[in-house]
Design a protein around this ligand. Structure first.
Ligand SMILES: *Cc1c(COP(=O)(O)O)cnc(C)c1O
Length: 459
């Protein structure tokens, strides 16, 4: 039986043509791109699932915001619109605009980590990990063990392992831990949600040791929708009410607005403490731009103010999560393993299980991404050992907890027929899984290497 699918709560006004190259052309393009998905030209991609970040379709209301965006250098009208919209959603006294999520990390994390050795998170997203390391600290993940088994059902697989957090802080010394971070939803674990109860418990532990508690809020709206459906105490709350519950114990947050705020560029920092905000403002001015534009153009700020509200609309979220559930149900029918239950922004196919003959150091999730492009012009990416990279101390390839090929679904962009193409491609690949080969790296930079590394198939 097909699951209930929640149809699009919008109609299409403007379209972009797509082209599917021949299989031979796709084989050629892969070779030219050194088997790195980030090196493919977008025009050669039929369905682009590389990321849901900044790839959403803006609404008519957002586009009209673009027209009225105020480009004044200081104190632009759009800045006030954004402060009002974000202030209402997050209820943090101090908000700083920046141009994207990693800019928020670049501004905030060195302040929190100054003189500190560690950041602990349910899981650090790759740019968050990079900025922790650039600030001279180490990033430690502390997700619940249920997250590591992709076939176990758990309502909140993104949660922090609170007991372990507590013992980790004691072991490392509370004075050495600069920040406790909660990523909602937990992107690296598969877009898995975190409960309000877990957020509050984590905040309590951090505060017991006088450590700032930060939320990485990139997908806080999708997270709130999961809470509404799965956490009993919040079942009758509205999405804004749930968001208030999520943020009320946080000392600060960073947000990539390119996800749940449905804009192509933008980011936010929020803080509760005035002294921290002063430091944030100073760093923003030197790194991003004056405080009322923070590296953004006025038109983008206006679109963000509108998108923040559209992104927390419950009808939109039901359709959005419904897309993931539809694709996941088709994979269930075909016996294709993925991080289950499916998360908020993507289906994370378990390449370790689908391609068990490829070891982590030959990047099974990258191999599957290459096959998806070859099969149907679909661009996905590796969230596994290829993404994780090398140990910063020893330079040795690390083994990731997961080998996921992430099928990130852009917001309001692809239809149900596209989802069927994706499912059918995976089914075809599953049939020839045993013949698929792993990859080796022939060239790589020291940090965030997955964006530019060159690969070759292992013979
Ligand atoms: C995307 C993302 C970031 C970084 O944001 P950018 O806008 O890509 O710089 C940080 N944390 C999480 C959880 C993300 O998904």
């Amino acid at each position: 039986m097909r699951p209930i699918y929640y149809p699009e709560p919008f109609r299409i006004k403007s379209v972009e043509p797509l082209k599917l190259l021949t299989r031979e052309e796709r084989r050629q393009r892969l070779q030219e791109a050194n088997y790195n998905m980030f090196s493919l030209a977008a025009r050669d991609v039929y369905i682009d699932l590389l990321t849901d970040s900044g790839t959403g379709a803006m609404s008519a209301a957002q586009w009209s915001g673009v027209m009225v965006g105020d480009e004044s250098y200081a104190g632009a009208e759009s800045y006030y619109h954004l402060q009002e919209a974000a202030g209402e959603i997050f209820r943090m006294p101090y908000l700083q605009l920046v141009h994207q999520g990693r800019a928020a990390e670049k501004v905030l994390l060195p302040i929190l980590l100054s003189g500190k050795k560690y950041a602990i998170a349910n899981m650090h997203f790759d740019t968050t990990r990079a900025h922790v390391e650039l600030a001279g600290a180490r990033a430690i993940d502390c997700v619940v063990p249920e997250a590591l088994d992709t076939s176990t059902y758990c309502d909140f697989k993104g949660n922090m392992d609170c007991e372990r957090l507590n013992s980790l802080i004691k072991e490392l010394g509370a004075e050495n831990v600069g920040v406790v971070i909660m990523t909602i939803t937990n992107n690296s674990a598969g877009g898995q949600p975190v409960s309000v109860e877990n957020i509050k418990k984590t905040a309590e532990i951090a505060h017991k040791y006088h450590i700032p508690f930060m939320i990485d809020a990139a997908r806080c709206a999708e997270n709130a929708y999961f809470i509404k459906r799965r956490e009993k105490a919040y079942g009758s709350c509205s999405i804004p009410e749930i968001l208030h519950a999520c943020f009320e114990d946080a000392d600060c947050f960073t947000m990539s607005a390119k996800k749940d705020a449905i804009v192509n560029m933008g980011g936010l920092i929020g803080c509760r403490d005035k002294a921290l905000f002063e430091a944030v403002k100073q760093r923003t001015i030197s790194l991003e731009g004056f405080v009322t534009y923070g590296g953004m153009s006025g038109r983008d700020i206006e679109a963000l103010a509108v998108g923040l509200k559209e992104g927390i609309d419950e009808n939109f979220l039901r359709y959005r999560i419904g897309q993931m559930e539809y694709l996941a149900a088709r994979l269930d029918e075909a016996g294709i393993p993925y991080q289950s239950p499916v998360g908020g922004h993507a289906v994370f196919v378990d390449a370790k299980k689908l391609l068990p003959h490829i070891p982590y150091y030959q990047f099974p999730a990258q191999a599957l991404a290459v096959e998806l492009y070859l099969e149907a012009g679909i661009r996905a990416c590796d969230i596994g050992s290829f993404l994780l990279g090398n140990d910063p101390d020893t330079g040795k390839q690390l083994e990731a907890d997961f080998e996921f090929t992430r099928l990130a679904i852009p917001r309001r962009v692809y239809t149900q027929s596209h989802l069927d193409v994706i499912a059918d491609a995976l089914i075809n690949i599953k049939e020839r899984a045993a013949s698929i080969k792993g990859y080796k790296i022939v060239e790589e930079p020291p940090i965030l290497r997955h964006f530019t590394a060159k690969l070759r198939p292992v013979e």
